[in-house]
Design a protein around this ligand. Structure first.
Ligand code: ZN
Ligand code: ZN
Length: 342
Protein backbone atom coordinates (compact mmCIF):
# COMPACT_ATOMS: atom_id res chain seq x y z
CA UNK A 1 0.00 0.00 0.00
CA UNK A 2 0.98 3.63 -0.49
CA UNK A 3 2.02 5.41 2.71
CA UNK A 4 3.59 8.75 3.57
CA UNK A 5 6.05 8.05 6.39
CA UNK A 6 8.24 10.05 8.72
CA UNK A 7 11.72 8.52 8.95
CA UNK A 8 13.35 10.88 11.45
CA UNK A 9 12.87 14.06 13.44
CA UNK A 10 13.56 17.07 11.27
CA UNK A 11 12.81 20.77 10.99
CA UNK A 12 10.29 21.99 8.46
CA UNK A 13 12.20 25.23 8.04
CA UNK A 14 15.20 23.31 6.72
CA UNK A 15 13.43 20.31 5.24
CA UNK A 16 10.22 21.11 3.34
CA UNK A 17 9.61 17.39 2.63
CA UNK A 18 9.58 15.68 6.02
CA UNK A 19 7.39 12.73 4.96
CA UNK A 20 8.18 10.38 2.11
CA UNK A 21 6.03 8.15 -0.09
CA UNK A 22 6.90 4.47 0.34
CA UNK A 23 5.29 1.12 -0.36
CA UNK A 24 4.35 -0.86 2.76
CA UNK A 25 2.64 -4.25 3.09
CA UNK A 26 -1.05 -4.03 4.02
CA UNK A 27 -0.99 -4.44 7.82
CA UNK A 28 -2.20 -7.66 9.44
CA UNK A 29 -5.00 -7.55 12.01
CA UNK A 30 -5.17 -9.06 15.48
CA UNK A 31 -8.33 -10.77 16.65
CA UNK A 32 -10.10 -7.71 18.12
CA UNK A 33 -8.92 -5.35 15.39
CA UNK A 34 -10.34 -4.10 12.13
CA UNK A 35 -8.63 -3.21 8.88
CA UNK A 36 -9.80 0.10 7.44
CA UNK A 37 -9.46 1.12 3.81
CA UNK A 38 -8.84 4.84 4.26
CA UNK A 39 -10.43 7.48 2.09
CA UNK A 40 -9.53 10.66 3.98
CA UNK A 41 -7.12 11.72 6.70
CA UNK A 42 -6.94 15.13 8.32
CA UNK A 43 -3.64 16.98 8.69
CA UNK A 44 -3.15 18.28 12.22
CA UNK A 45 -0.80 20.72 13.92
CA UNK A 46 0.28 17.81 16.13
CA UNK A 47 1.99 16.27 13.11
CA UNK A 48 4.28 19.32 13.08
CA UNK A 49 5.04 18.66 16.76
CA UNK A 50 5.89 15.05 15.92
CA UNK A 51 8.04 15.94 12.92
CA UNK A 52 9.95 18.61 14.82
CA UNK A 53 10.42 16.46 17.90
CA UNK A 54 8.20 18.23 20.45
CA UNK A 55 6.19 15.01 20.79
CA UNK A 56 8.43 12.51 19.02
CA UNK A 57 7.29 9.09 17.78
CA UNK A 58 9.08 6.24 19.63
CA UNK A 59 9.88 4.30 16.44
CA UNK A 60 10.64 5.09 12.80
CA UNK A 61 9.48 4.98 10.13
CA UNK A 62 5.99 5.88 11.26
CA UNK A 63 2.82 6.60 9.29
CA UNK A 64 1.47 9.91 10.62
CA UNK A 65 -2.18 10.94 10.76
CA UNK A 66 -4.89 10.60 13.37
CA UNK A 67 -8.10 11.86 11.73
CA UNK A 68 -8.91 8.85 9.63
CA UNK A 69 -12.12 8.07 7.77
CA UNK A 70 -12.64 4.95 5.71
CA UNK A 71 -14.55 1.72 5.33
CA UNK A 72 -14.10 -1.52 7.23
CA UNK A 73 -12.31 -3.87 4.86
CA UNK A 74 -11.63 -6.83 7.15
CA UNK A 75 -12.56 -7.97 10.66
CA UNK A 76 -10.36 -9.73 13.18
CA UNK A 77 -11.58 -13.17 14.34
CA UNK A 78 -13.19 -11.78 17.48
CA UNK A 79 -14.13 -8.34 16.23
CA UNK A 80 -17.90 -7.84 16.16
CA UNK A 81 -18.64 -4.17 16.66
CA UNK A 82 -18.73 -3.33 12.92
CA UNK A 83 -19.62 -4.99 9.63
CA UNK A 84 -17.53 -5.07 6.49
CA UNK A 85 -18.23 -1.89 4.52
CA UNK A 86 -19.23 0.23 7.57
CA UNK A 87 -17.97 3.78 7.49
CA UNK A 88 -15.71 4.34 10.49
CA UNK A 89 -13.32 6.90 11.91
CA UNK A 90 -10.22 6.81 14.10
CA UNK A 91 -8.92 9.67 16.24
CA UNK A 92 -5.83 10.51 18.30
CA UNK A 93 -6.54 7.92 20.98
CA UNK A 94 -5.36 4.66 19.40
CA UNK A 95 -5.37 2.49 22.53
CA UNK A 96 -5.18 2.45 26.33
CA UNK A 97 -4.81 -0.32 28.93
CA UNK A 98 -8.50 -0.48 29.81
CA UNK A 99 -7.97 -1.35 33.47
CA UNK A 100 -6.00 1.37 35.31
CA UNK A 101 -7.73 3.94 37.53
CA UNK A 102 -7.80 6.49 34.71
CA UNK A 103 -9.26 4.04 32.19
CA UNK A 104 -11.84 2.89 34.75
CA UNK A 105 -12.94 6.49 35.26
CA UNK A 106 -13.38 7.23 31.56
CA UNK A 107 -10.13 9.21 31.53
CA UNK A 108 -8.26 6.83 29.27
CA UNK A 109 -6.66 9.93 27.74
CA UNK A 110 -4.47 10.00 30.87
CA UNK A 111 -3.64 6.24 30.88
CA UNK A 112 0.09 5.51 31.26
CA UNK A 113 -0.25 3.13 28.33
CA UNK A 114 -2.05 5.65 26.15
CA UNK A 115 -1.00 5.13 22.55
CA UNK A 116 -1.54 7.83 19.99
CA UNK A 117 -2.61 7.02 16.46
CA UNK A 118 -0.02 8.15 13.94
CA UNK A 119 2.69 8.50 16.59
CA UNK A 120 2.91 5.37 18.77
CA UNK A 121 1.08 3.22 16.22
CA UNK A 122 0.80 3.74 12.47
CA UNK A 123 -1.85 6.24 11.39
CA UNK A 124 -3.80 7.36 8.37
CA UNK A 125 -1.38 8.88 5.85
CA UNK A 126 -1.74 5.54 4.04
CA UNK A 127 -4.22 3.43 2.12
CA UNK A 128 -4.94 1.14 5.10
CA UNK A 129 -4.93 1.35 8.90
CA UNK A 130 -5.55 -1.27 11.59
CA UNK A 131 -7.10 -0.36 14.92
CA UNK A 132 -8.71 -2.14 17.89
CA UNK A 133 -12.43 -2.08 17.18
CA UNK A 134 -13.14 -0.33 20.51
CA UNK A 135 -11.12 2.63 19.31
CA UNK A 136 -13.04 3.15 16.07
CA UNK A 137 -16.28 5.12 15.75
CA UNK A 138 -19.25 5.02 13.41
CA UNK A 139 -19.43 8.17 11.35
CA UNK A 140 -22.95 9.61 11.33
CA UNK A 141 -24.58 10.27 7.96
CA UNK A 142 -24.66 13.78 6.63
CA UNK A 143 -20.93 14.33 6.36
CA UNK A 144 -18.75 13.42 3.43
CA UNK A 145 -15.60 11.48 4.34
CA UNK A 146 -13.43 14.55 3.95
CA UNK A 147 -15.77 16.65 6.09
CA UNK A 148 -15.81 14.00 8.80
CA UNK A 149 -12.01 13.70 9.03
CA UNK A 150 -11.20 16.98 10.82
CA UNK A 151 -14.07 16.38 13.24
CA UNK A 152 -12.14 13.41 14.64
CA UNK A 153 -9.36 15.47 16.19
CA UNK A 154 -9.84 19.19 16.01
CA UNK A 155 -13.54 18.73 16.70
CA UNK A 156 -13.26 16.13 19.44
CA UNK A 157 -10.47 17.98 21.23
CA UNK A 158 -12.41 21.21 20.84
CA UNK A 159 -15.38 19.48 22.43
CA UNK A 160 -13.21 18.33 25.33
CA UNK A 161 -11.76 21.84 25.74
CA UNK A 162 -15.22 23.36 25.90
CA UNK A 163 -16.18 20.74 28.51
CA UNK A 164 -13.04 21.41 30.58
CA UNK A 165 -13.53 25.17 30.26
CA UNK A 166 -16.78 24.66 32.20
CA UNK A 167 -18.68 26.68 29.67
CA UNK A 168 -22.30 27.28 30.67
CA UNK A 169 -25.29 29.25 29.44
CA UNK A 170 -24.73 32.99 29.52
CA UNK A 171 -20.99 32.82 30.21
CA UNK A 172 -18.61 34.81 28.04
CA UNK A 173 -16.26 32.58 26.06
CA UNK A 174 -12.93 33.63 24.60
CA UNK A 175 -11.23 31.72 21.78
CA UNK A 176 -7.57 32.57 21.41
CA UNK A 177 -6.27 31.45 18.03
CA UNK A 178 -8.67 30.59 15.24
CA UNK A 179 -7.46 27.47 13.47
CA UNK A 180 -9.04 24.11 12.78
CA UNK A 181 -10.18 23.43 16.35
CA UNK A 182 -11.49 26.90 17.21
CA UNK A 183 -13.55 27.21 14.06
CA UNK A 184 -15.39 24.06 15.14
CA UNK A 185 -15.63 25.12 18.80
CA UNK A 186 -17.37 28.34 17.83
CA UNK A 187 -20.03 26.37 15.99
CA UNK A 188 -20.61 24.04 18.97
CA UNK A 189 -20.68 26.94 21.41
CA UNK A 190 -23.16 28.92 19.27
CA UNK A 191 -25.45 25.87 19.18
CA UNK A 192 -25.17 24.89 22.84
CA UNK A 193 -25.04 28.40 24.33
CA UNK A 194 -26.88 30.65 21.85
CA UNK A 195 -27.06 33.61 24.26
CA UNK A 196 -23.41 33.65 25.21
CA UNK A 197 -20.91 36.12 23.86
CA UNK A 198 -18.00 34.62 21.99
CA UNK A 199 -14.90 36.75 21.64
CA UNK A 200 -12.23 35.61 19.19
CA UNK A 201 -8.57 36.65 19.32
CA UNK A 202 -6.62 35.99 16.14
CA UNK A 203 -3.51 37.31 14.48
CA UNK A 204 -4.77 37.95 10.97
CA UNK A 205 -7.65 40.04 9.65
CA UNK A 206 -8.70 37.05 7.56
CA UNK A 207 -9.13 34.86 10.62
CA UNK A 208 -10.93 37.63 12.48
CA UNK A 209 -13.39 38.07 9.59
CA UNK A 210 -13.91 34.33 9.38
CA UNK A 211 -14.68 34.30 13.11
CA UNK A 212 -17.33 36.99 12.67
CA UNK A 213 -18.83 35.07 9.73
CA UNK A 214 -19.18 32.10 12.07
CA UNK A 215 -20.93 34.15 14.74
CA UNK A 216 -18.29 35.72 16.99
CA UNK A 217 -19.75 38.74 18.81
CA UNK A 218 -16.36 40.44 18.59
CA UNK A 219 -12.97 39.61 17.17
CA UNK A 220 -9.63 41.30 17.66
CA UNK A 221 -5.89 40.75 17.78
CA UNK A 222 -4.25 38.64 20.50
CA UNK A 223 -3.33 41.78 22.51
CA UNK A 224 -6.68 43.53 22.09
CA UNK A 225 -9.03 43.94 25.00
CA UNK A 226 -12.48 42.40 24.55
CA UNK A 227 -15.57 44.52 25.35
CA UNK A 228 -16.31 42.33 28.39
CA UNK A 229 -14.28 40.07 30.69
CA UNK A 230 -14.16 36.34 29.87
CA UNK A 231 -15.56 33.61 32.13
CA UNK A 232 -13.72 30.98 30.20
CA UNK A 233 -11.18 30.97 27.44
CA UNK A 234 -9.57 28.37 25.22
CA UNK A 235 -6.07 28.93 23.90
CA UNK A 236 -5.27 26.86 20.81
CA UNK A 237 -2.09 28.68 19.80
CA UNK A 238 1.46 27.28 19.93
CA UNK A 239 2.79 30.48 21.57
CA UNK A 240 3.17 31.63 25.19
CA UNK A 241 1.98 35.21 24.93
CA UNK A 242 -1.68 34.20 24.52
CA UNK A 243 -1.52 32.57 27.97
CA UNK A 244 -0.77 35.92 29.58
CA UNK A 245 -3.25 37.78 27.40
CA UNK A 246 -5.92 35.17 28.12
CA UNK A 247 -5.36 35.30 31.90
CA UNK A 248 -5.41 39.09 31.84
CA UNK A 249 -8.81 39.10 30.14
CA UNK A 250 -10.36 36.53 32.49
CA UNK A 251 -13.01 37.62 34.94
CA UNK A 252 -12.78 36.62 38.63
CA UNK A 253 -12.96 32.85 39.01
CA UNK A 254 -12.44 32.43 35.28
CA UNK A 255 -10.67 29.50 33.69
CA UNK A 256 -8.20 29.36 30.85
CA UNK A 257 -7.90 26.04 29.06
CA UNK A 258 -4.79 25.44 26.99
CA UNK A 259 -5.49 23.14 24.11
CA UNK A 260 -2.03 22.49 22.71
CA UNK A 261 0.07 19.37 22.98
CA UNK A 262 3.26 21.44 23.24
CA UNK A 263 4.11 25.12 23.17
CA UNK A 264 6.92 26.26 20.89
CA UNK A 265 10.16 27.65 22.36
CA UNK A 266 10.12 30.93 20.44
CA UNK A 267 8.51 33.36 22.89
CA UNK A 268 8.81 31.29 26.05
CA UNK A 269 10.53 34.03 28.10
CA UNK A 270 7.36 36.09 28.01
CA UNK A 271 5.92 33.81 30.68
CA UNK A 272 8.37 35.48 33.11
CA UNK A 273 6.09 38.50 32.83
CA UNK A 274 3.39 36.55 34.63
CA UNK A 275 2.12 38.86 37.31
CA UNK A 276 0.32 37.19 40.16
CA UNK A 277 -2.12 39.97 40.92
CA UNK A 278 -2.92 40.78 37.32
CA UNK A 279 -3.03 37.30 35.85
CA UNK A 280 -3.92 34.80 38.58
CA UNK A 281 -5.32 36.49 41.69
CA UNK A 282 -9.05 36.18 42.39
CA UNK A 283 -9.26 32.47 41.74
CA UNK A 284 -8.36 32.39 38.09
CA UNK A 285 -7.36 28.94 36.87
CA UNK A 286 -5.31 27.38 34.11
CA UNK A 287 -5.92 23.86 32.85
CA UNK A 288 -4.41 21.96 29.95
CA UNK A 289 -6.18 19.50 27.69
CA UNK A 290 -4.40 16.19 27.15
CA UNK A 291 -5.47 13.97 24.26
CA UNK A 292 -9.07 12.89 23.99
CA UNK A 293 -11.16 10.19 25.61
CA UNK A 294 -13.43 8.05 23.44
CA UNK A 295 -16.43 9.77 24.99
CA UNK A 296 -15.30 13.09 23.53
CA UNK A 297 -15.06 11.66 20.04
CA UNK A 298 -18.38 9.85 20.01
CA UNK A 299 -20.36 12.60 21.78
CA UNK A 300 -18.89 15.21 19.52
CA UNK A 301 -19.68 13.25 16.33
CA UNK A 302 -23.33 13.07 17.44
CA UNK A 303 -23.43 16.76 18.28
CA UNK A 304 -21.77 17.69 15.00
CA UNK A 305 -24.41 15.74 13.07
CA UNK A 306 -27.20 17.47 15.00
CA UNK A 307 -25.97 21.06 14.64
CA UNK A 308 -24.89 20.28 11.82
CA UNK A 309 -21.26 21.30 11.67
CA UNK A 310 -19.80 21.63 8.22
CA UNK A 311 -16.06 21.95 8.52
CA UNK A 312 -14.37 24.14 5.98
CA UNK A 313 -12.03 21.73 4.21
CA UNK A 314 -9.05 22.13 1.91
CA UNK A 315 -8.16 18.94 0.09
CA UNK A 316 -4.72 17.58 -0.84
CA UNK A 317 -3.69 14.32 -2.46
CA UNK A 318 -2.00 11.82 -0.13
CA UNK A 319 1.21 12.34 -2.11
CA UNK A 320 1.01 16.08 -1.40
CA UNK A 321 1.05 15.69 2.38
CA UNK A 322 4.27 17.71 2.59
CA UNK A 323 2.57 20.66 0.92
CA UNK A 324 -0.29 20.50 3.42
CA UNK A 325 2.15 20.28 6.36
CA UNK A 326 4.17 23.21 5.06
CA UNK A 327 1.09 25.39 4.62
CA UNK A 328 0.02 24.49 8.14
CA UNK A 329 3.47 25.48 9.41
CA UNK A 330 3.22 28.77 7.49
CA UNK A 331 -0.21 29.31 9.01
CA UNK A 332 -1.98 29.38 5.66
CA UNK A 333 -5.14 28.23 7.29
CA UNK A 334 -8.75 28.55 6.42
CA UNK A 335 -10.46 25.60 8.00
CA UNK A 336 -8.93 22.14 8.00
CA UNK A 337 -6.53 20.40 5.64
CA UNK A 338 -7.46 16.87 4.58
CA UNK A 339 -5.61 14.28 2.51
CA UNK A 340 -7.65 12.44 -0.09
CA UNK A 341 -6.64 8.79 -0.34
CA UNK A 342 -7.58 6.76 -3.42
ZN1 ZN B 1 -4.84 16.30 15.87
ZN1 ZN C 1 -5.27 2.65 31.49
Amino acid sequence: MKAMVLKQITSLDQNPNPVALIDLPIPLIKEREILIRNSACGVCHTELDEIEGRTPPPLFPVVLGHQIVGRVEKLGRRANKFKIGDRVGVGWIGSACGSCRFCSAGKENLCAEFKATGRDINGGYAQYTTIAEDFAYSIPEGFSDREAAPLLCAGAIGYRSLRLAEMEKGKNLGLIGFGASAHLVIQMAKYQYPRSNIFVFARTEKERNFARELGASWSGDIEDEPPEKLDCAIDTTPAWKPILEGLKNLDKGGRLVINAIRKEEKDKEIILMLDYSRHLWLEKEIKSVANVARRDVSEFLELAAKIPIRPEVQEFKLEDANQALLELKQKKIRGAKVLRID
